[in-house]
Design a protein around this ligand. Structure first.
Ligand code: CUA
Length: 340
């Protein structure tokens, strides 16, 4: 890896990292400039206006509106440039583009478990393609962790019972650090790993070469059957005593209390673990809780399966990097619901 021109600064390897750096250098530059200016002026005034004799009485000073206006307006303008520039970078970072490749991340004491949408699992390692957008959907099995990818300028808390997301587009092939950035117990400092950025074609080969594992969609479908979800939500998610789940993901859902919710990962997780919290309109609260019966990884698999159940003509929320492979692995299970 090429040494950076500033010591200790991480390499810049995502489409966002240069933007974050530019803002960071601007903030540092402004801070440094005013720190120096004020220090120099203080020293200058201390010398110039020092007391020359013990009996000296200083000249009275009346205020100056012109000066006060100036030193209020100029810092205001500078602060606003920081605000608008920062907000612009923030929105780019936290608004995930639609066509991102999804990777599930589960943190636990003390390791990172990753799973690609095609089923490949990795521990403390993440392989991603360069030049493609990658969305990380993250949760924790135990305590709060924090996924930190300094080369991509990405850092986000990973929380038990909740999903957080981050996205990036890596620009340069190479190997980069991956850290846990939240003190999470004795071996926190060992909760590290690496991100390998590969050329898109190499990545496709890598993904195809590791295709032995079951995709989260297939695993989720098996859980759907084995947990008895089908008895209420229908064998293919078409609904019954419980609401249908085909085309559920990303839709607005009407609740019995008159509110509507957006069906995202968090909503589906809550409906599985705490079904009484948000009951779908026109249905009775008969669903038992599955809290403690499914692990966070199994929850992710069930959510992947529900995501894959798209109504005819509906656009899938996230494109799989290799649709052909996904179809193939589903064909092996012979379920018609996900093959439409
Ligand atoms: Cu996980 Cu620190």
């Amino acid at each position: 890896m090429q040494a950076p021109w500033i010591p200790f600064i991480p390499p810049s390897a995502s489409t966002l990292s240069d933007k974050v750096d530019a803002l960071y250098f601007y903030l540092s530059g402004v801070t440094l400039f005013f720190a120096l200016l004020i220090s120099v002026v203080i020293i200058f005034f201390v010398i110039k206006y020092r007391r020359r004799s013990p009996y000296e009485i200083p000249r009275p000073v009346a205020g100056s509106h012109k000066l006060e206006t100036l030193w209020s307006v100029i810092p205001f303008i500078i602060a606003m440039t920081m605000f608008f520039w920062g907000a612009q970078v923030y929105f780019q970072m936290y608004r995930t583009p639609d066509n991102a490749v999804e990777v599930y991340v589960v943190g636990k004491q003390w390791m990172w478990k990753m799973q690609h949408s095609t089923g490949q699992r990795e521990i403390n390692q993440l392989h991603v393609p360069a030049g493609r957008r990658v969305k990380l959907i993250m949760t924790s099995e135990d305590v709060i962790h924090d996924l930190f990818l300094p080369a991509f300028r990405i850092k986000s808390d990973v929380l038990p019972g909740r999903y957080t997301t981050q996205w990036f587009e890596a620009t340069k092939p190479g190997t980069y650090h991956l850290f846990c950035a939240e003190y999470c117990g004795m071996n926190h400092s060992g909760m590290i790993g690496s991100v390998t950025v590969m050329n898109a074609t190499e990545f496709d080969d890598w993904l195809a070469g590791n295709a032995a594992q079951q995709s989260p969609i297939v695993a989720g479908q098996q859980l759907y059957d084995s947990l008895g979800c089908a008895s209420c939500h229908g064998g293919r998610g078409e609904g019954g005593r419980g609401p249908g789940i085909v085309g559920l993901f990303g839709r607005q859902v009407q609740l019995t209390n008159g509110q509507t919710v957006h069906a995202d990962e968090g909503y589906i997780r809550e409906s599985i673990e705490n079904p009484q919290a948000k009951v779908v309109a026109c249905f009775s609260p008969i669903m038992p809780t599955f809290q403690g019966q499914v692990t966070p990884e199994q929850l992710i698999q069930i959510i992947s399966y529900i995501k894959s159940l798209q109504a005819p003509g509906q656009q899938a929320p996230a494109a799989s990097p290799q649709p052909a492979q996904r179809t193939q692995s589903l064909e092996q299970t012979g379920n018609p619901a996900v093959n439409r």
